[in-house]
Design a protein around this ligand. Structure first.
Ligand SMILES: C[S@@+](CC[C@H](N)C(=O)[O-])C[C@H]1O[C@@H](n2cnc3c(N)ncnc32)[C@H](O)[C@@H]1O
Length: 322
C-alpha cells in the first residue's frame, strides 16, 4: 500500500468520525458578519492555518479548493464569491466528499445568504485536477501538500499552476520544519498522512514553488504547529514544526529571479530628500518600504550606512516594491 493510499484511509476515518485533534490550528476561525458556522465544520477543521483572505477575493473570482475536509474553508470562500460554482472543491476521498456535502447542507439551513450550489464538489486528485487550464483566479489548499513526497509535491504545484489564470493566486497553509527528520519518521506513512512528518524547510518549499514558475511569493504568516518529542516519536531530539501561510502569484518570472517577500523592509535615514536605486525602489526618509528578499540583498550589498534593512517577520500580505 502506498503512502497515498494510507492518506486516503486516514481521511476516510476522519470523515466518518470527526477528530478535533487532527491537524489543529492556532489561527482563529474567521468571524464574518452574517456567517453562522456549523459546529461540525469546526470539529472537522483539519487545516493548519487559514487560506481565506478577503484581499484575494475581489473582482468576482472563481476559487478552487483542493482537499475539502469538512467544508469550513469552501464555505468561507463562498461567503465572498456568492455565485453558483464560484467555489470548486476537489477531494479524492468519497467519504470526505459526502461529509462535506452534508455539512454544506447544514450551512445552507443556518445561513440565508448561502446556497449549496455555490460550491461545486468534484471527485479527483490534487495530482490530476479535474479542472480546465487557466480557469481559476484563486487556488487554495490547506494542510494537504505537506503530505506529498517530493515528486508528488512538484506535480501538485504544477497542477495548481496549470489551472490558474495569469496573475492568479495560489494560497496555501502547510507545516514546515527546519530540522532533520530520520528516514524512519519520513517513511512512516501514517504520521505523514497526519501532517506530522512530511514537512520540509521553508526555503526548499519556496524553491519548489518558484521552480514551477511562480514569479512572486508572499509569506503571510508563520506560527508554532507541533513538537515531535522523544517520549512519543522515534527521535533523539525535540523536533519543532511550524505552519506557514504562503501566497504564490502566477506573475511572469522577473529576469533577475523571483520576488519572495518574507516581511523585510528597507528604511532610508540619510540626509537627501529620498534614495533611488534606479531599479524601481524609491525610499523616503524614515519610511519603511516593504522589499522582497532579492531587493533586500541588493540594497544591503551597496554597503551604505544610511539604509537599514529589517529582518524577515514572515508576516507579509501586500504592498511595497516589485
Ligand atoms: C489535512 S486534511 C485538510 C482538510 C481541509 N483543507 C481543512 O483545512 O480542514 C486533507 C484533505 O485532503 C484530502 N486529500 C487527501 N489526499 C488527497 C489527494 N491526493 N487529492 C485531493 N485531496 C486529497 C483529504 O480527504 C482531506 O479532505
Amino acid at each position: 500500500m502506498s503512502y497515498l493510499d494510507t492518506t486516503i484511509d486516514v481521511y476516510k476515518q476522519a470523515a466518518e468520525k470527526p477528530d478535533v485533534g487532527l491537524c489543529c490550528t492556532t489561527t482563529p476561525v474567521w468571524q464574518l458578519p452574517g456567517l453562522s458556522m456549523p459546529r461540525i465544520m469546526l470539529d472537522m477543521n483539519y487545516g493548519c492555518g487559514s487560506t481565506v483572505n478577503p484581499r484575494d477575493l475581489v473582482n468576482d473570482p472563481t476559487v478552487l479548493y483542493v482537499g475539502v475536509g469538512g467544508g469550513m474553508e469552501v464555505f468561507q470562500f463562498s461567503y465572498f464569491t456568492r455565485k453558483p460554482s464560484g467555489v470548486i472543491g476537489v477531494d479524492v476521498v468519497d467519504e470526505m466528499i459526502e461529509a462535506c456535502r452534508t455539512n454544506l447542507l447544514e450551512a445552507e439551513q443556518q445561513n440565508e445568504w448561502f446556497s449549496r450550489e455555490y460550491v461545486d464538489i468534484r471527485k479527483g486528485s490534487a495530482l490530476d485536477l479535474p479542472v480546465e487550464d487557466e480557469s481559476i483566479d484563486v487556488a487554495a489548499q490547506n494542510c494537504l501538500f505537506n503530505i506529498f513526497k517530493a515528486d508528488d509535491l512538484k506535480q501538485a504545484l504544477q497542477e495548481m499552476y496549470r489551472v490558474l489564470k495569469p496573475h492568479g493566486k495560489l494560497v496555501m497553509s502547510d507545516p514546515v520544519c527546519e530540522q532533520y527528520m530520520s528516514d524512519e519518521l519520513r517513511n512512516d506513512d501514517r504520521l505523514r498522512a497526519l501532517c506530522l512528518t512530511g514537512s520540509i524547510p521553508l526555503r526548499e518549499y519556496i524553491q519548489m514553488i518558484t521552480d514551477i514558475g511562480f514569479g512572486t511569493v508572499e509569506i503571510r504568516a508563520k506560527r508554532p504547529y507541533r513538537i515531535l518529542s522523544p517520549n512519543h516519536y522515534s527521535t533523539q531530539e525535540l523536533i519543532y514544526i511550524e505552519s506557514v501561510e504562503v501566497c504564490a502569484i502566477k506573475d511572469p518570472m522577473p529576469a533577475d529571479g523571483p520576488c519572495v517577500f518574507t516581511g523585510r523592509t528597507a528604511i532610508y535615514f540619510g540626509n537627501e530628500e529620498y534614495f533611488d536605486d534606479h531599479k524601481g525602489h524609491v525610499l523616503l526618509p524614515n519610511q519603511p518600504l516593504a522589499v522582497c528578499d532579492k531587493t533586500a540583498h541588493n540594497l544591503a550589498a551597496l554597503g551604505r550606512d544610511d539604509i537599514f534593512i529589517s529582518n524577515s517577520t514572515y508576516f507579509y500580505d501586500g504592498g511595497g516594491c516589485c
